[in-house]
Design a protein around this ligand. Structure first.
Ligand code: FMN
Length: 207
């Protein structure tokens, strides 16, 4: 299939308006959209085609409450690492949309999958986690195309998340995703707006 300038323009719009979303409405995500998000992960690249991502759709309110508690604990611990002014600023940031997001996914990576037969990961083992990140990004961009927002949450202890979800021994926690309709659209990261970390330009060094 030959892509056109319109494809490139549409992709640029998606990249520009994809943001990490922490402010969600509680409106449910349709089964059709959920399936489109799931299928987007099928199309992701992965080392040796190992497809090591393992996904749990978290519906159980008790599990959700435990994830929220775990976030609060880790976030308080993270805040305590900063001093005075920076800590005050950190505590004002909204770093998770756990209270409202209608869909929540716990994302794990299988660290020794038989799929892929080891190709590519013998030299760089973390390519498995990198592959999972690619699948997450496929989902993230697809969500934006469907006017849905995604928030990626990493302020959670991996070992506790694995215990909470009673995952098999080979599964490593990668991230937690909140998904739903964003309360507002933005073309600028919240952390830039809140003066935590400005956007910088990507430079390509030439040698
Ligand atoms: C691996 C990864 C982990 C992240 N973890 C968190 C998180 O725990 N909480 C949060 O608010 N944002 C998290 N983010 C989102 C980033 O803060 C966000 O991508 C960055 O500030 C740029 O903003 P943008 O995604 O809106 O462009 C994470 C993003 C990535 C890629």
């Amino acid at each position: 299939m030959k892509m056109t300038e319109q494809h490139a323009d549409a992709l640029k719009d998606l990249l520009t308006w994809r943001r990490d979303v922490r402010h969600f409405s509680q409106a449910p995500v349709s089964p059709k959209h959920l399936d489109q998000l799931r299928a987007a992960m099928d199309l992701a690249p992965s080392v040796g085609n190992a497809r090591p991502w393992r996904i749990i759709r978290v519906l159980n309110p008790a599990l959700r409450a435990q994830v929220r508690d775990e976030f609060s604990r880790c976030n308080a611990e993270a805040a305590s690492d900063y001093s005075s002014e920076k800590q005050e600023k950190y505590l004002k940031l909204k770093l998770a949309g756990l209270d409202n997001a209608p869909e929540q996914l716990a994302i794990f990576t299988e660290i020794d999958p038989s799929e892929g037969h080891g190709l590519g990961r013998k030299t760089i083992a973390r390519t498995l986690e990198q592959s999972t990140a690619m699948a997450v990004y496929n989902l993230w961009l697809t969500a934006r195309a469907l006017n849905l927002g995604v928030g990626m949450l990493s302020i959670l202890d991996p070992t506790r998340m694995q215990a909470l979800f009673e995952t098999p021994a080979g599964w490593q926690f990668t991230a937690y995703l909140c998904i739903g309709q964003a309360e507002f659209d933005d073309d600028t990261p919240l952390l830039h707006r809140e003066d935590w970390q400005a956007n910088t330009r990507t430079n390509w060094e030439t040698r």
